[in-house]
Design a binder for this molecule. Structure first.
Ligand code: BT5
Length: 295
């Protein structure tokens, strides 16, 4: 799939995403925004944030739904300075620039941005289901099959001098990966799904778009108990109803209890064994045994 160039760099063979003009055209049509397909890049999130800041510095307005995807992400980022590791040509790694605004054009308040990671995760789960893989979201940013991680999603805020802040949200999907970096990982192909990355990318973008449009039209759908998006997220979030352990930042003692819901900002509500409720805005959550079995 890849070979070393004369200068030691990796070259991706023709036929990969970066050379797929039909895919490029389709994605631009679906998104109605610029699409950048690269053979190799350090981090799609970083690349997209840099491009957006650069555009703004030159007086341009970076477009909502701009996409950067690559055949090989060499310095992928996770949360808290962790890394996301993939082999060339085996993974799907892409990022979208989001500048959420109401249909009137009014930018949405940044307080609602906390949901965007989960919305992309939900779209990824739907697209995987379309292509033969039953997965679920683990709060806040993983997509798992059983207890194995197939996808990581990462969002970061991008600020500008003269424009409202934007969000870059990126996903890394192990597609045909044979050398997974951790024992607890899995890939689409290992779980019986398609190894066609172009097909998956089209599906993920197509699934994300209506969710995103619906969120922009009315973000309160995520906070109202009867909201359509609320139901979508809760239906795909495997964490809810589970017994979980949350690793908290710094030296704090881990919190154990039952994941009972999401608050208005997308924070996970955990009820501990004394019945106290804790709202977790960030942290690593481990799914323990299902509640029925834990009794
Ligand atoms: C994440 O972080 O899971 C977010 C990963 C986001 C990656 C995408 S790819 C496109 C975009 N551009 C970027 O630079 N990043 C985003 P976190 O929850 O912190 O998990 C990171 C941990 O997952 C690592 O410390 C490893 O233990 C594990 N890990 C690393 N690579 C993995 C892989 N390919 N599959 C499964 N687990 C992996």
């Amino acid at each position: 799939m890849t070979r070393a160039g004369g200068d030691g760099s990796r070259q991706v063979a023709p036929g990969q995403l970066a050379h797929d003009q039909a895919l490029h055209r389709d994605l631009e049509q679906i998104l109605g925004a610029p699409v950048v397909m690269l053979s190799e890049v350090g981090s799609t999130n970083q690349e997209l944030a840099d491009r957006a800041r650069d555009a703004a510095l030159h007086g341009q307005t970076p477009e909502d739904l701009t996409l950067v995807a690559t055949d090989f992400q060499s310095q992928g980022r996770g949360r808290l300075d962790r890394t996301w590791v993939v082999e060339p040509g085996e993974a799907l790694t892409f990022s979208l620039l989001l500048r959420p605004a109401a249909p009137s054009g009014q930018p949405l308040p940044t307080q609602s941005f906390g949901w965007l990671t989960m919305l992309l995760s939900c779209a990824v789960v739907q697209a995987l289901a379309d292509h033969g893989v039953q997965a679920q979201v683990k709060w806040p940013n993983d997509v798992l099959v059983g207890n194995r991680k197939m996808v990581g999603v990462l969002a970061s805020l991008v600020t500008f001098d003269h424009l409202p802040p934007a969000v870059v949200v990126g996903a890394g999907i192990n597609v045909s990966s044979t050398h997974l970096p951790v024992d607890t990982a899995t890939s689409v192909v290992l779980e019986g799904g398609t190894g066609d990355r172009a097909l998956l990318l089209r599906a993920m973008v197509s699934r994300f778009l209506p969710i995103y449009r619906s969120y922009c039209a009315d973000p309160t759908q995520l906070t109202r108990p009867d909201g359509t998006l609320r139901a979508l997220v809760e239906g795909l979030l495997g964490t809810l109803g589970r017994r979980v352990r949350a690793e908290l930042p710094g030296d704090q003692t881990p919190l154990e209890g039952q994941a009972v819901g999401l608050d208005d900002h997308g924070a996970l509500i955990i009820r501990d064994d004394d019945g106290a409720h804790h709202h977790l805005n960030a942290g690593d959550v481990i799914h323990l045994r299902p509640v029925q079995e834990a009794r």
